[in-house]
Ligand binder design. Sequence first.
Ligand SMILES: [Zn+2]
Length: 136
Amino acid sequence: MKEKKKRKLLFQQKQFLRLQSFEPNPPPVTVESRQHVPLLNYIHRVWQETWDQQILNKLHNIHPSTSHWAALPVRRHDVRLTRLRIGHTRFTHRHLLLGENAPECPSCKVPYSVYHILIDCPVFNRHRVTFFHTSV
Ligand SMILES: [Zn+2]
């Protein structure tokens, strides 16, 4: 037992020393540091080719490119936008945590989804016109 505490203490000391040596400002970009760019391009190309083959992955339809999404400067808004983009909201996925049935659209008799609410459902057509100036 003492050996376990000793190892834990040693681990914590190493972590502390790592944090002490953490350099908050990255080193400046130099010609030498740009030598990795072809490697990064190659990795990104392989990643994109792999992602292009994942056509059954529902996230592929949402974001077919491996490039970055534009992020909003306010984290709270960015989280909400990302949840809408991937279709995971408290309203549509709460049932998974609670062990209940998925909420169902009473008009269309399909499980609610972000796509259904924003695009498909005729019940929300008035809201789409009001807030987005568009309709189905
Ligand atoms: Zn509906």
